[in-house]
Design a protein around this ligand. Structure first.
Ligand code: PMP
Length: 368
């Protein structure tokens, strides 16, 4: 049952109950129109209002400066891996700098190689992604087309404490997994994008925040649905938008606003991380986070359960099944790293994390 389950999934992820309840009503009958949201024309006055209101909500929640456009595109974060180089650089001869701090930036760079010369800012991470090297070790290209980074690596749990300082080169941020869990200084960026299905809604819509002077420079063969200038001009209704996904995004943004905005999400983020991390820190190494603390994500926290200093997958399997018996679900680490991963997106409350933390304390006492 929903009320007995806490969903720590990495995404698609838990939505606030209030949002799901309201959406349920509107599946059948949107605002008393006699038809449901999924049946609403994207050219209707109702969708036009919903679309614009959603963009305005993002503007106000993130304090987006007026020289930025807020766009909705489809194809997830993965489509942006191509959209970024296609919109920001003139040709395949352009060099673009990528910070590879985990699986998602690695995937972005791999896709980027189709469109630009990819330069790796950091030397290869031997033995996994556990830190972000000091600025003095960065290999930045003067005059690069852009610098790309992933603010929070969903799989490896590496989070930038602040945007990297790359001078005047356009800075691109994949904020998919920590979007609206903390304030972000948009003005430091050329583009900030995020898929909605973790912190702000369901799959199907990607928010792209782009500085206006970068519009209209895409390569001539850019697919029209990825062309930022076309999307901006059409106010994100160039072709049929994902009406349902934008609707859910709208409800989640209103929920965030009602609960104190990004500033309140930030306070919760810190409190939730503290309750989890204190159990881990007091476990004497039973629970072990591989990532260096300063770069340890507050949103996606992967850890191992160890016996005599070694990760123990049998005990991890027991952890997952004992947790599931209590309704604490979707805690399995990504298949590429194993172990456990806790995802503390906005819809996870402080009480939810306290329940997990107390389960973890008991599990440790019983099993070490
Ligand atoms: N970037 C990050 C940080 C992600 O976590 C994900 C998906 N988990 C993606 C990009 C790719 O998003 P999508 O699956 O929507 O294409």
């Amino acid at each position: 049952k929903r009320e007995n389950t806490i969903n720590f999934s990495p995404g698609p992820a838990a939505l606030p109950d209030e949002v799901v309840r309201e959406a349920r009503e509107n599946v059948m009958n949107y605002k008393g129109l006699g038809l449901g949201v999924m049946e609403l024309s994207h050219r209707s006055p109702e969708y036009t209002a919903l679309n614009l209101q959603t963009q305005d909500l993002l503007r106000s929640l993130l304090h987006i400066p007026s020289n930025y456009q807020v766009l909705f595109q489809q194809g997830g974060g993965t489509a942006q891996f191509a959209a970024i180089p296609l919109n920001l650089t003139p040709s395949e001869d352009t060099t673009a700098d990528y910070f590879i701090t985990g699986m998602w930036s690695q995937k972005a760079a791999k896709e980027g190689e189709k469109f630009v010369k990819v330069n790796h800012v950091l030397s290869k991470a031997d033995g996994g992604y556990m830190t972000i090297p000091e600025q003095s070790q960065w290999n930045l290209t003067p005059g690069a087309g852009f610098v790309y980074y992933c603010a929070n690596e969903t799989v490896h749990g590496v989070e930038f404490p602040e945007p990297p300082d790359v001078g005047s080169v356009p800075l691109v941020c994949d904020a998919s997994s920590n979007f609206l869990t903390r304030p972000i200084d948009i003005a430091k960026h050329a583009v900030v994008y995020a898929g909605a299905q973790k912190n702000v809604g369901c799959a199907g819509v990607t928010v792209v925040i782009v500085r206006e002077d970068l519009l209209g420079k895409c390569r001539p063969y850019t697919p029209v649905v990825l062309d930022y200038a076309v999307t901006a001009k059409a106010k994100s209704v160039y072709n049929t938008p994902p009406v349902w996904s934008v609707y859910i995004l709208n409800l989640v943004l209103k929920w965030i606003q009602k609960h104190g905005g990004v500033e309140a999400m930030e306070r919760n983020r810190v409190a939730k991380f503290q309750s989890l991390i204190s159990v881990i820190d007091q476990s004497g190494g039973f629970y072990r986070i591989p990532v260096e603390r300063r770069f340890c994500s507050h949103v996606n926290i992967p850890f191992r359960i160890t016996v005599a200093g070694e990760a123990n997958s049998d005990l991890e399997a027991k952890f997952l099944s004992d947790a599931a018996a209590l309704g604490l679900v979707q805690l399995k680490g990504h298949r590429s790293v194993g172990g456990i991963r806790v995802c503390l997106y906005n819809a996870i409350s402080c009480e939810d994390v306290q329940k997990l933390a107390s389960f973890m304390s008991h599990f440790m006492l019983q099993n070490r």
